[in-house]
Design a protein around this ligand. Structure first.
Ligand code: TRP
Length: 337
């Protein structure tokens, strides 16, 4: 039986937080242990350059994200784990795809449209002010990531669905003009994965600066949990678990029985201080072993680099011969007879 290829990328601009873990990392790592699936997971460092021109940050984020995935037990026997920039075929394919992509299609991309709209709203005369070609071409690079490995399924957040649709359009267009090279991918949006709230109660996100990093040292981790915003109800007053950030985070980690038990404590009026301490201890126990592995990995970047190079070699076993076919198909060929 041929395996289902599942592919996803993680942009290397930040430090993994609890929301990333619950929403994307944990399900992806679970899938890496399913041998009916062939996962391709990669560090999207070319994508990082679109929104981050701080070289230290891109480098540090690459280290932290790779260490996180490895510390959490990504099965690299099964999964192909690599860095986008180690696969030159991605950039090459991206160009070829650009040449079959209508500019009008890119004009409709949400990220680009949002930038233009922000300019218009601020009374800026040039609607494209601050828009780089990187931002404009973003969906084409992403299509190359996906189509190069003939991914069947692409797990993404809601905000990325349009990009998968564009990858489908671009792939179909290329297939129509040249040969039927590409599998047309499908977006997978998991409705069941929890969306965590952050420190201020809004969705946990780097853009709101309200995140709780996954592998913060214990003391700092406790401090941040203590900072999570709650309401002003006193100990002894019944509280609503379903609108509570603390409860939501606990629920994303605990078993159904544990969650039911905590619900009763909310009804009985658990105090916020007590609840925060409880959540801290629970998460700390849960994350402790992985945190130790993470810290050890951060101290030995050579090991991480080695894992990424092995992943890149595996990825290129597919991408090099595939790109050769594609080159031939578009007429980029050796003249030697
Ligand atoms: N753009 C995606 C994001 O911001 C990351 C990404 C890059 C990606 N290339 C991809 C996701 C290919 C899925 C497939 O989340």
């Amino acid at each position: 039986m041929s395996k289902t290829i599942v592919l996803t990328g993680i942009t290397t601009t930040g430090t993994p937080h609890l929301g990333n873990y619950v929403g994307a990392i944990r399900p992806a790592i679970e899938a890496s242990r399913d041998y009916n699936v062939l996962p391709f997971y990669f560090l999207a460092d070319y994508h990082a350059l679109i929104k981050c021109q701080d070289p230290e940050r891109v480098g540090q984020s690459t280290l932290e994200i790779a260490a996180t995935w490895l510390a959490l037990g990504l099965d690299t026997e099964n999964a192909v784990f690599y860095r986008q920039s180690d696969i030159p075929e991605i950039a090459e394919l991206s160009w070829m795809l650009s040449c079959v992509t209508a500019k009008g299609l890119m004009n409709r991309a949400h990220a680009y449209k949002a930038a233009v709209q922000a300019n218009e709203e601020s009374g800026e005369a040039d609607p494209d002010k601050g828009v780089t070609m990187g931002l404009f071409n973003y969906p084409i690079l992403m299509a190359a990531d996906i189509l190069l490995f003939n991914a069947h399924k692409v797990p993404v957040g809601r905000d990325q669905i349009q990009h998968i649709e564009m990858a489908r359009d671009i792939g179909a267009r290329f297939n129509h003009i040249y040969d039927e090279h590409f599998v047309i991918p499908e977006a997978v949006v998991n409705e069941n994965t929890a969306i965590l709230a952050g420190l201020d109660g809004r969705k946990m996100s780097k853009s709101y600066d309200n995140t709780i990093p996954l592998f913060l040292p214990e003391k700092q981790f406790r401090k941040l949990i203590m900072k999570i915003k709650t309401n002003s109800l006193e100990p002894g007053q019944p509280k609503d678990p379903d609108t509570c950030t603390l409860f939501g985070i606990y629920k994303a980690f605990a078993t159904a029985e544990q969650v039911a038990a905590l619900r009763l404590r909310y009804e009985a009026g658990i105090g916020w201080g007590e609840m925060k301490q409880f959540l801290f201890e629970y998460l700390n126990d849960h994350l402790m072993t992985a945190r130790e592995r993470y810290e050890a990995l951060i101290q030995s970047p050579d090991k991480i680099e080695e894992a990424l190079q092995e992943g890149a070699a595996k990825a290129r076993e597919c991408s090099v011969p595939f790109m050769k076919k594609i080159r031939n198909s578009v007429g980029i060929r050796s003249l030697r007879s």
